[in-house]
Design a protein around this ligand. Structure first.
Ligand code: FE2
Ligand code: FE2
Length: 484
């Protein structure tokens, strides 16, 4: 099948919308049609709880070109057109890095790297349904119909990302690909016996501030991983990830603007009440808004959990995947070096004699560290924008990302406890300080008490400001979800 002839055109006639010529690819089409009922069952069991019959104003991808790929309309979520959409094939694309740099990009799986490639696809694929599971209870406490719609948009797109990875497994990996595709529907976030593969995807997303922090911090890990996989020498993976990134951008928008609106509302309420001390927590909370120190604690939690997703600072797997040409660096093609990294080094933050210090490591082994550094830089940009809001109210408070050694469970710093500046603490000191830097039970209870649904069009819960503009430029009172 010549994929290039079908690019850009999305076939909407069959069960599975696609731009990969599925109509002529009988084996894969059948495999996906067989997988489909299990997916719908999973969606109904583990997708958004209680709103499956509601009409949601969602965007659906109708083509993959830069302009107008998104079409907005009311859709019942189980009827959403989960499609298989790859970005256009780049003419004459070569493998951008690793031992095969400069060779023609692979259109089929290179036999010697089959197992490694499958593993990369499965790990990425596993995160997609996991976040839907983590967020399934949130619809019931939506602070507005606008926010509810954004939640569901993120959820259906994570479902589509699962389809994207399952397509690769079914098309390129035969029987074991099919088994992996089944297993992706069987694991469950937080399940004791059959959890999702990565730690942060087994944590709870108990409230809407967590949801915004998750989409800001954890979806941003998704962006970094997709950016690295979009560089892949295996062209179908590269094209899949490039298109997923266009959707991912919206998820991070939801997170960044969500947190901004929470901060905005807190600052407004403080100003109206004449409170200038951000640590006057009890008085601030009485206003029905979330105090800034608690917002900081939530950021500390989600940032540190997300850092664990980058894995060990020094990693043979990461080195092998790069050397093989399967997973590159952030913006690989824009980097000016030999793209092989066989003799270069990279500074890695390590725990040496109990002290946190930089040590040069072979650059290939340090690729997880490098991606994490790029992530931290990217994550700091939005934090700066949050602080601009606080500053505009003249409130003396600044949100800061904690040190990378803070509250870690994987890698160099999992062995120690530190404060948010990265200063080592004894177990007793950590226990004493923990509730100052991470959400306590009381903080959680307070936030939960605010999670009252606001389902009237154009209205917002007490703790969050309205957005500056509506989705698809709709006016403020637009009914984003018609609840059934
Ligand atoms: Fe995703
Ligand atoms: Fe996402």
């Amino acid at each position: 099948m010549n994929v290039a002839t079908t690019i850009g055109k999305v076939d909407y006639d069959g069960l599975i919308p696609n731009n990969v010529g599925l109509g002529e690819d009988v084996r894969v089409k059948r495999a996906l049609e067989k997988w489909h009922p299990g997916y719908i069952n999973w969606w109904k069991d583990m997708g958004p709880e209680g709103f499956q019959e509601s009409l949601v104003y969602l965007r659906t991808a109708v083509s993959v070109d830069a302009k107008g790929w998104a079409k907005f309309d009311y859709v019942r979520m189980p009827d959403y057109k989960w499609g298989i959409l790859l970005a256009p094939q780049a003419e004459g694309r070569t493998i951008p890095f690793g031992a095969h740099a400069g060779e023609a990009a692979w259109q089929e799986v290179p036999g010697e790297y089959r197992a490694m490639l499958r593993r990369l696809i499965v790990i990425q694929g596993d995160t997609e349904p996991a976040s839907v599971e983590q967020q399934r209870h949130l619809g019931k406490t939506a602070p507005s119909l606008y926010d509810m719609r954004n939640l569901f948009q993120v959820n259906v797109e994570e479902g589509r990302h699962l389809w994207a990875m399952v397509y690769l497994l079914q098309k390129y990996f035969g029987t074991d690909g099919r088994e992996e595709a089944e297993a992706l529907l069987e694991r469950r976030s937080g399940d004791a016996d059959s959890p999702r593969m990565l730690g942060a995807f087994n944590e709870q997303t108990p409230d809407w501030l967590s949801f915004f922090m998750f989409t800001y911090f954890t979806d941003r890990d998704g962006k970094m991983q997709l950016e690295a996989l979009a560089q892949s020498g295996f062209d179908p993976l590269s094209r899949t990830c490039r298109f997923m990134l266009t959707e991912e951008a919206h998820h991070m928008f939801v997170g960044e603007t969500g947190v901004t609106r929470v901060i905005q509302r807190t600052c407004e309420a403080m100003k109206e009440a004449g409170i200038s001390d951000p640590y006057d927590i009890e008085r601030v909370r009485k206003l029905g808004v979330i105090d800034l120190p608690t917002i900081q604690k939530k950021a500390n939690l989600h940032f540190s959990l997300t850092l664990d997703l980058f894995g060990n600072e020094i990693s043979t797997n990461a080195a092998n995947a790069f050397h093989a040409g399967l997973k590159g660096r952030y913006r690989e093609t824009r980097l000016a070096d030999d793209h092989k990294l066989e003799s270069s080094t990279y500074p890695v933050l390590r725990l040496i004699d109990g002290k946190i210090q930089n040590e040069d490591a072979p650059a290939l082994a340090a690729l997880n560290m490098r991606l994490r550094d790029d992530y931290v830089g990217d994550a700091n940009v939005g934090v700066g924008r949050w602080n601009k809001v606080i500053e505009s109210f003249g409130i003396p408070f600044e949100i800061k990302l904690p040190h990378v050694a803070f509250h870690r469970h994987i890698g160099e710093f999992s062995k120690i406890k530190t404060d948010i500046e990265g200063k080592a603490l004894s177990d007793a000191e950590w226990q004493a300080k923990r509730s100052d830097v991470l959400p306590s039970d009381a903080d959680r209870d307070f936030i939960e008490s605010l999670m009252q649904p606001q389902l009237e069009p154009g209205k917002f819960a007490s703790w969050i400001a309205p957005p500056k503009v509506g989705i698809d430029n709709k006016p403020g009172e637009f009914e984003y979800v018609k609840i059934a």
